[in-house]
Design a protein. Structure first.
Lengths: 343, 317
């Protein structure tokens, strides 16, 4: 039952998106549409393949773990990641009112992303009971993801060039650019922790949790927050009521996810170093990571605060308590007259 | 980019490439392994788990044990997994493993619980760490000083954990000694084998696991840093009617039930412990090098090379 309602919801989303796409103006397919079409095509296939291989015709033994990680990693990259990148390609040019820097870079970034990130995943099973070629192939693919990261990052950066001060005013841009920058950091970290020489110390530690949080929160969720700050006023016909709440939301979530990643990463390093030192007992490795886990709890509290702030603000919008105004809510008073048209 | 057709072909192709490359081909390579047997077709390994142990795996999965415990041993050239010894028990404690894990170790596991983090120790060989049957009646070590415990009473596990090189047949003896099926059939005698009410049960025995699940931080002063949750809901506290139950937990201090009461494991707890006791990857596999400096692997298994790993031989159909 949950699965059929899930499929129904998905079909609703997809059918509207496909209808929109079918009756679009012009022949050009915009970059965002590549990413979204790809995600809409990949996700059902990915989900069905994992369901079939894990539950309908279960694979034997360790292959269950391989299929699980293949699913989890591709869910992160081909579904969440593709949606986030597509959204960033829409929001950044839209808010600053300037076309994307280069379509060629975008094409390279898109196809290398599709090709390489779909082959990652097995590096999370490094040195496990698997044929070594699987893990090595995923490590190689992870290293090659530097190509889409570099091209997408460069494209966003060149689009933003000269418009970075707009982040002072626009909530959408501030969240989206934070997410787009996190994509670079997340991917570079992913390359670093997947190398065999570092995986020796970081496998089975909190560091892999730091990596997942950077992907799902600092990258995907922050871009989604940004797009909600853009979409919701257009849906309900009101503007966000309190600029201060948006600012608080941004700083609490940015510091929260930053602190969480840092704590888990450093904690993972000490944990891994201790576990590779056989002169230490196991419980000592747990004791050494405890301060970092407590630091992570502080970070999680910050994130909780930011979520409550956003939920409250979103609730105000839903109940029609937003501002009625023709001017969007800026984070700071707009000083320069000329910059207004870019917002 | 213009045209939907090239876009769709590309999207289809990239994903099909990944799907075939990372799931279909590996599944063809390691997805249909059979248990290994010796020349006479006996001494099969691995074998399916008993009913209780198999049910215990589901309890293991349902309680999220996988989030903190791994069940896979990495090779010695890339980690300290094989050199590591367990914290509890007489010093030196039982080793984590004699060899790395291989796909064949897991062919009957469903769901497979390899794990991804180690806030708790690896459990791939936890059943192997249990004291052998004959020494269970031995007096347990003093509670707070595992290092000072009477070593002779507990030393056989350490001996048993170092199979002699070149004898591929003999390690079967230690491998079968914990006898999970027998323990599963009749768990109570083993659990009641601790005659000393103040001391800890022998490390990694069934009684030890029950007490550890009930009160993880009561096991030793070192263990107060343990982040393991107490699985008290897998146990029942009820008044003693007549005789004290044979499988009642030996508890002390804060965890002890009030006088006249006792704490006994539920059937789920017994299944979980039967599962833990059944975890044992000590049986040698042809495709994996056993113990550093131990028996050389038979032909067909390449030695550990940098950048590669002793890949399991392709399944011989």
């Amino acid at each position: 039952m949950p699965q059929s309602s899930f499929l129904f919801a998905y079909a609703l989303i997809i059918s509207w998106a496909v209808l929109m796409f079918r009756f679009r103006r012009g022949d050009q397919i915009y970059i965002t549409q590549w990413y979204l079409l790809a995600a809409f095509l990949w996700f059902p296939w990915l989900y069905a393949a994992a369901q079939a291989m894990l539950f309908v015709v279960p694979v034997q033994g360790v292959m269950q773990a391989a299929v699980s990680w293949w699913y989890a990693n591709n869910l992160l990259f081909l579904w969440f990641g593709a949606i986030a990148l597509g959204t960033a390609y829409y929001m950044i040019p839209k808010v600053i009112g300037r076309p994307v820097y280069s379509y060629h870079l975008a094409t390279i970034g898109f196809w290398t992303y599709a090709l390489f990130s779909s082959w990652t995943g097995m590096q999370r099973l490094v040195d496990g009971p698997f044929p070594a070629w699987m893990i090595t192939a995923s490590i190689a693919a992870t290293i090659l993801t530097i190509i889409p990261v570099a091209t997408v990052g460069l494209n966003h950066h060149m689009t933003m060039q000269g418009y970075f001060p707009v982040m002072r005013y626009s909530p959408t841009l501030r969240f989206t650019v934070f997410g787009a920058m996190s994509y670079t950091v997340f991917s570079v970290l992913g390359i670093l922790i997947s190398l065999r020489s570092t995986a020796r110390y970081l496998h089975f530690t909190e560091a892999s949790i730091a990596y997942s949080h950077m992907g799902l929160y600092a990258f995907f969720t922050m871009i989604m927050f940004g797009s909600m700050y853009y979409i919701v006023p257009r849906l309900v016909g009101r503007e966000w009521r309190y600029a201060s709440l948006i600012k608080l939301h941004f700083w609490a979530s940015a510091y929260g996810v930053g602190l969480m990643s840092l704590m888990l990463l450093v904690g993972g390093l000490t944990q891994g170093a201790d576990q590779n030192d056989t002169s230490m007992t196991f419980i000592e490795s747990v004791a050494s990571v405890l301060p970092y886990v407590r630091g992570r709890t502080v970070a999680a509290l910050l994130l909780t605060v930011s979520h409550f702030i956003f939920a409250f603000h979103f609730g105000l919008m839903l109940f029609g308590l937003g501002r009625t105004s023709t001017v969007p809510t800026f984070l700071n008073p707009v000083e320069a007259e000329g910059s207004e048209e870019h917002l | 980019m213009k045209g939907l057709v090239p876009l769709f072909i590309g999207l289809f192709g990239t994903f099909a490439f990944s799907w075939v490359g990372l799931t279909v081909i590996p599944n063809w390579q390691i997805g249909a392994l059979n248990p290994q047997t010796d020349e006479e077709g006996t001494d099969a390994y691995p074998t399916p788990k008993s009913g209780m142990a198999d049910r215990g795996r589901r309890i293991y999965a349902a309680n999220g044990c996988i989030y903190c415990h791994s069940q896979q041993i990495r090779p010695d050239y890339d980690s300290a997994d094989i050199d590591r010894v367990r914290d509890a028990g007489p010093s030196p404690g039982p080793k984590w493993a004699e060899r790395r894990s291989a796909p064949r170790d897991y062919i009957f596991d469903r769901p497979v619980v390899l794990g991804k983090e180690r806030m708790g120790p690896d459990l791939a060989n936890i059943g192997k760490a249990a004291p052998t049957e004959e020494e269970k009646p031995a007096p347990p070590p003093p509670a707070n000083a595992p290092a000072n415990s009477p070593a002779p009473a507990q030393s056989p596990p350490a001996n048993a954990s170092a199979p002699k090189p070149g004898t591929s047949g003999s390690p079967a003896a230690p491998a079968t000694s914990p006898t999970p099926p027998a323990a599963a059939l009749n768990p109570s005698p083993a659990a009641s084998a601790s005659p000393n009410p103040t001391g800890l049960p022998p490390a990694y025995s069934e009684a030890w696991h029950h007490r550890h699940l009930y009160a993880p931080r009561s096991m030793s002063p070192d263990n107060r840093d343990s982040t393991m949750p107490a699985y008290k809901f897998l146990y029942e506290k009820h008044p003693i009617s007549g005789e004290r139950s044979a499988d009642a937990l030996q508890l002390e201090g804060r965890d002890a039930p009030p006088p006249g009461w006792e704490v006994v494991p539920t059937y789920e707890a017994k299944c979980l412990v039967a599962y833990l006791m059944s975890l044992d990857q000590s049986h040698p596999l042809k495709e994996v090098k056993t113990a550093p400096g131990g028996a050389a692997p038979p032909a067909g298994s390449p030695p550990a090379a940098p950048g590669g790993s002793p890949t399991p031989a392709p399944p011989k159909k």
